[in-house]
Ligand binder design. Structure first.
Ligand SMILES: [Zn+2]
Ligand SMILES: [Zn+2]
Length: 196
C-alpha cells in the first residue's frame, strides 16, 4: 500500500511529517511526500476567495501520481476550497478518480478568531486527511460522532472526533482485507457518490 501526499502550492512542512507518520500507521502504508504541484490555474474564484475543488482535482490529475488499486493520492492545499453546491469543504474525495484533497485554511484556529495553535491545526489536518483517505478506500460516513469517518459539518465536529476508526469502520479498511479484495474506483455510474 502506497499513499502519496502531494502539496499543492506551499504547505507547512511539520504537519506533513506528522501526517505521513499517522497515515502510515493507520493504513499500514508506505507514505511518500512528492514535490509540490502548482496551484490550479484559473481555479480561483475572486468573488468567493476560494478555489474550486474541481480545478484542484484537475490539477492533481495533471501533476500527481495516478490512483490505482494499491496506491492513493492526497492533495494538500493551504487555501480555502469550495465544491459545487457547498459553501466550503474541509476535504473532498473524487470517487471517479480516487483523488482526495484537504484544504487547510479553515483548520486554523485563527480562522475562527481564536489564538494560533499549531498542534491543534496539525491535528485537524491529520483528522481530515485520514477521513478523506478513508473515503478513497470506499468507506462512507459513520453515524458515530467519535469515529474519524463521521461527517464534519463544522470544525467542532472535527475536534470532537478521535483520530481513529470505530471498530465497524476499521474492519473495512484495507489492512484487514487482502490486497486482491481492495475496492476499485471504476464503480458503475449509478453507485458513484461524492464524499465530503
Ligand atoms: Zn465508524
Ligand atoms: Zn466525508
Amino acid at each position: 500500500m502506497k499513499i502519496y501526499l502531494v502539496p499543492i502550492g506551499s504547505v507547512h512542512g511539520q504537519c506533513l511529517d506528522y501526517l505521513a507518520e499517522v497515515l502510515s500507521r493507520l493504513f499500514s502504508a508506505d507514505v511518500a511526500v512528492t514535490q509540490s504541484c502548482p496551484l490550479p490555474q484559473g481555479g480561483f474564484d475572486e468573488d468567493r476567495g476560494q478555489y474550486d475543488a474541481a480545478a484542484v482535482f484537475r490539477g492533481l490529475a495533471a501533476c500527481a501520481p495516478i490512483c490505482k488499486k494499491e496506491q492513493r493520492v492526497l492533495g494538500i492545499i493551504d487555501a480555502d476550497v469550495y465544491a459545487q453546491g457547498l459553501d466550503f469543504v474541509f476535504g473532498l474525495t473524487d470517487p471517479r478518480t480516487g483523488y482526495a484533497l484537504i484544504a487547510l485554511t479553515r483548520l486554523r484556529p485563527e480562522f475562527y478568531s481564536a489564538a494560533g495553535n499549531n498542534a491543534l491545526f496539525c491535528e485537524r489536518g491529520v483528522k481530515e486527511a485520514v477521513h478523506e483517505v478513508g473515503h478513497s478506500f470506499g468507506l462512507a460516513h459513520c453515524p458515530q460522532a467519535s469515529c474519524i469517518m463521521h461527517f464534519s459539518k463544522t470544525i467542532a465536529d472535527t475536534d470532537r472526533k478521535d483520530l481513529k476508526f470505530c471498530p465497524a469502520c476499521q474492519q473495512k479498511i484495507p489492512q484487514k482485507i487482502s490486497a486482491r479484495k481492495l475496492p476499485i474506483f471504476e464503480a458503475p455510474a449509478k453507485t458513484r457518490r461524492k464524499f465530503y
